[in-house]
Design a protein. Structure first.
Length: 371
């Protein structure tokens, strides 16, 4: 959204409804965080509003889209009457996309929905969400998917391919760019070939596969950046496999801090079982670092030739070991990787997104006969 605003061609308001919860006590776990979210805030100069909606345990998954839309309707109507927006742009199909589609029906406004990953890869496996996702997709004026596999999945759900545009995530090539690799490696005391993982420490990311592969690659070391419920288990696994001395676990870092780690790594690894369009792949490539990933979601779209890296043949540690050795035997030069990454820089992606918005609005005006 910030990149869209930088064009000067668009204005925006963000409606980000959150569940209503009144108590901040730590006794209530993650729910307590909802109580601390302001009703209105500014982020990077963008106005963000957080209307509250009731969250009903157990049956909430099915009712959430309707509740989100119902309790966002008043502020959305007021904004529309004050001519603050002309279309609704929803990211993530469920519940957000369904809620936005309901608002679009009530306000007679076009809706654009972006599919980002789990919302299409996993949630349609549940009967009621699947029905609502299909309904929202049929009603949407346009659909964006961050990779071809998500478009294919929507088509299998019966959605016309004519309204679906594949538009990958963008990467800030001005922030993510190669640094002084030798100096940074010296500063971080790295002497071996270095593997890198960046992401949430959850089972679907396959960090355990990386550690198992590292046990068969004694000449390598590995940096793992991120937090998550699997962290303690993974640290214990590193000790059990005898690779703890060659493994560094680092907390979640800011984007600016990550640039140095992308620069010092020889290869970024992402052996996920499921992905949409993984930003970490784009960021590493923009820093001139090749990548290895499983052929899932948008990863296959991103790693389209050897200048970017390689895809694993199978999702297991033996395949990862073989792929690392193959890539390391013929690493692409930093400038080649960086040049390849420019196809994912923001300007062409933003232009395509603006074209979609303009096409939707032009069609809406033609149908309504008004401007």
């Amino acid at each position: 959204m910030r990149k869209l605003l930088e064009t000067g061609r668009i204005n925006t308001r963000v409606l980000a409804p959150v569940p209503w919860f009144p108590l901040k006590s730590e006794l209530f776990g993650n729910y307590r965080h909802y109580a601390g979210i302001p009703v209105h805030e500014q982020r990077h100069g963008i106005e963000v509003f957080h209307p509250r909606y009731p969250m009903i345990p157990k049956i909430g998954m099915s009712l959430t889209p309707l509740l989100m839309a119902t309790f966002t309707r008043s502020i959305a109507r007021t904004m529309y009457q004050n001519k603050q927006f002309q279309l609704l742009d929803a990211h993530y199909f469920y519940p957000d996309g369904v809620a936005a589609t309901l608002l679009g029906k009530w306000l007679n406004l076009p809706v654009v929905i972006s599919a980002r990953g789990t919302d299409i890869n996993l949630l349609p496996d549940y009967r009621l969400p699947r029905q609502m996702i299909i309904w929202a997709a049929q009603q949407a004026a346009a659909i964006i998917t961050v990779c071809q596999s998500l478009k294919d999945r929507l088509i299998k759900l019966g959605i016309s391919d004519q309204k679906i545009t594949v538009l990958a995530n963008g990467v800030d090539s001005q922030l993510f760019k190669p640094g002084n690799r030798q100096e940074l490696r010296k500063h971080h005391r790295l002497t071996r070939p270095t593997l890198l993982f960046v992401g949430n420490l959850i089972s679907l990311k396959g960090v355990d596969i990386i550690l198992q592969a590292l046990a068969k690659l004694p000449e390598y070391e590995c940096i793992i950046i991120g937090e998550g419920p699997e962290k303690t288990t993974l640290e214990k696994l590193a000790h059990a496999l005898g690779v703890a001395e060659r493994t560094r676990f680092i907390k979640t870092l800011s984007q600016t801090e990550l640039v140095d780690y992308y620069t010092i790594a020889d290869i970024l690894l992402l052996p996920s079982s499921r992905e949409g369009c993984a930003n970490v792949l784009l960021e590493a490539l923009s820093c001139g670092t090749p990548v290895i990933a499983t052929a899932v979601g948008g990863s296959a779209d991103i790693i389209a030739n050897s200048d970017a890296g390689l895809l694993m043949g199978q999702r297991d540690h033996d395949s990862l070991v073989a792929t690392i050795r193959k890539l390391f035997s013929n690493l692409p030069e930093t400038n080649m990787v960086r040049e390849y990454s420019q196809r994912f820089s923001w300007p062409p992606i933003i232009n395509q997104q603006m074209d979609i918005y303009q096409s939707v609005l032009n069609n809406q005006y033609l149908q309504s006969g008004s401007v």
